[in-house]
Design a protein. Structure first.
Ligand SMILES: [Zn+2]
Length: 179
């Protein structure tokens, strides 16, 4: 990058810091000593989503984030979980190196991750994404989930539906009844 003041071709970096979507560098021209700032940002190749009706729409991270956030609303997930999930999926999508990706693939990726994170969020997302039209279809999904619970996911990865104290309380209650 040439110096904007004298046009000299070389400069040194005197400060460098991460900003939200890239790196900001403060530079000093090696010829005239003027200071200027450059930004370095990742420019992802554009990615298009093929919707159900075959229309193409540019991939929108915010849209993905909104969908996941809605599903995870009021669930006991650590701060940043939703953003990390969206980041992971976005990274994986770009990593595929394709110009177009069916929306169903993205939906499946979200469901796969939510399933190992929080069942309630998963069911919420699935009910929107799979457009369950009746309660029977939704029940089927829940039943599948319950029957597959043995192999997936591990009990430590899955957040308990009841707080630990409550579970302890229940166990105690049972013990007392036995006496
Ligand atoms: Zn200069």
């Amino acid at each position: 990058m040439n110096c904007p003041y004298c046009g000299y071709h070389d400069s040194k970096v005197i400060d460098s810091r991460d900003v939200s979507d890239g790196i900001r560098r403060r530079r000093q021209c090696l010829s005239c000593s003027s200071r200027f700032t450059t930004y370095e940002r990742l420019q992802p190749a554009s990615l298009f989503v093929i919707k159900k009706d075959q229309r193409r729409e540019e991939f929108n991270r915010n849209k993905l984030l909104t969908g996941i956030r809605k599903a995870c609303e009021k669930r006991p997930l650590p701060t940043g979980t939703v953003d990390k999930l969206a980041d992971d999926i976005e990274a994986e999508l770009y990593h595929l190196g394709k110009a177009e990706i069916p929306s169903a693939v993205i939906g499946d990726m979200v469901m796969e991750r939510l399933k190992s994170l929080d069942y309630i969020a998963y069911i919420r997302f699935a009910s929107v994404y799979r457009e369950f039209t009746d309660i029977t279809a939704l029940k089927q999904e829940v039943d599948t989930l319950v029957s597959s619970e043995v192999e997936a996911p591990s009990s430590t990865a899955q957040l308990p539906l009841l707080p630990a104290e409550e579970i302890k309380g229940l166990a105690k209650g049972r013990g007392r009844r036995r006496i």
